[in-house]
Design a protein around this ligand. Sequence first.
Ligand SMILES: Cc1cc2nc3c(=O)[nH]c(=O)nc-3n(C[C@H](O)[C@H](O)[C@H](O)COP(=O)(O)OP(=O)(O)OC[C@H]3O[C@@H](n4cnc5c(N)ncnc54)[C@H](O)[C@@H]3O)c2cc1C
Length: 529
Amino acid sequence: MSYSQQTPVTYDALVVGGGIGGLAAAWELTRAGLRPLLIEARGYTGGLVAGGAIGGVRMDLGAEGFVIRGDAITQMVDALGLEVVGPSGGGARLFLPPLGGADAGPGAEPDPARGWRLHRFLRDAYLGIPADPLADDVVAVIGADGAARAARDAELAGSVGTSPQDPADLAAFVRTRMGEAVLDRLVRPIVAGIHTADPADLAADTVAPGLRQATARLGSLQAAVTEMLERRRARRRGGGAADVTVAGGLFRLTDALRAAIEAAGGRVLTRTGAQWLRPADDGWEVGIAPTTRGATPSAEPVAAGPEQVVRTRRVMLACSATAALRLLAGAPGVDTALEVPVGSPIARFTLVARAPELTGAPVGSGLLVAPAAPGQVPVRAKALSHLSVKWPWIGEELRRLHGGAAPEQDEVHALRLSYGRPGEPRPQVELDDVLNDVAVLTGVRIPRADVIDSMLVRWDGTLPPVTPAYRERTRRLLAEVAPLEGLAVTGAWVAGTGIAAVVAHAREQAAALAGADSTSRVVTPEGHV
Ligand SMILES: Cc1cc2nc3c(=O)[nH]c(=O)nc-3n(C[C@H](O)[C@H](O)[C@H](O)COP(=O)(O)OP(=O)(O)OC[C@H]3O[C@@H](n4cnc5c(N)ncnc54)[C@H](O)[C@@H]3O)c2cc1C
């Protein structure tokens, strides 16, 4: 670490990190009348929300939607003049192995590959946890015995699985309340698809905030899920769908945030990284420097140029855990010895192709493949999204650009297949493998020659699982930062994964930071005064 001696430049506030957390925080600061500087180490703003053109159409390459929780994000979307929309395509599917010996029930669509079948997502469920364990669609997936066990949740006391001495992970909670079948065939495939982690490695209170408390309060998990679904429907945003996005793509939200910050007098610098932080007489000083790419696209960018010192009364750290911990080492009284869990490799392959047989949307908006032992799964992909069906503007734009004179030439589709599971080595993904997986999962074989464009994007390590121990540790760290005036921390590593959680946390922290005393001397190297 080298502290520059040059004259610092001053700003109302400094936001480190230009993902959705940093952008939402900077936007909130401008709403309080401040003109923040936001620095982003990479060459673009948005972080894990990123748009890129495939087949000439810009689409989301990273996060593509959010679960409506509270109104922090929808309020922000409205204020920016954007629209919240739900997915099309008649819902998603689960691709599951055969139910061992039991009757799979009606409604399942047969799949020839080793007895695996496509099932519709449950009508009334949260993260795969059913509101009514005896509903037809639940019995179809987990069988009559599994459903009967799940229904016994209603007979258990509300304290079962929700007391402080109970394990805090999602798997233990679901197993205790509803049994192994709900965990194995519903929750695990969905959670693995969303969080790239096993429910046993995830804190229930982070991935399903409020669910354990509601179970304790209402007396059963099914009642808690029912309440959650009723609240969602009452909001009526995005057609009451579980996952919604911004019309045109989620990247429009981060683009609009950046434009709004700049229009309000804030400044955004990309390819600029924070190197260190230290207390100053009247606030904080942060060393910033130009950056270049790291060793791999998903690695952290590295400093590559002369340092500049920023002096400010308000610093918001909205960067990744590793960078934030490095910066917090300069904050008095904060113990930064914290082991960040390692996220799994994630590879997403998007292809645009002529495929008339896909027009009937054979897998709805997409599907999740249940995790299984190697050799037991007929595909390597863990998820498939039929993007041109799920988000209709993608289909319309593709047809406009690539549609031909004959009607069958209009049938241009975008599919995205996701690869990489916890504990697996970095997946190698080639077009031929992807087309094989598409054939097994949708029943449609797309010839290589009909592929118009494709793109492989890797997000290795970007979703570290929030284990109960990690959650507890980050809470302690936040408590140590809280008394340091003019300093706040946000982002997925402390707020919990998911756009809605990150935005709510970032806005709340920024609003508090905006109110930080702007006249008094706030900290000394010895500590808070
Ligand atoms: C493939 C994928 C799909 C996902 N899909 C969804 C989804 O559909 N819905 C959902 O809710 N969530 C989804 N998520 C999770 C969601 O994207 C994240 O929780 C959220 O975007 C995190 O935002 P953030 O601002 O905290 O972090 P990031 O987006 O990681 O932003 C942090 C930024 O800080 C920058 N930075 C790091 N160090 C420095 C430094 N020293 N100086 C300056 N800048 C620095 C980084 O370059 C980065 O841009 C997905 C995640 C992935 C990987």
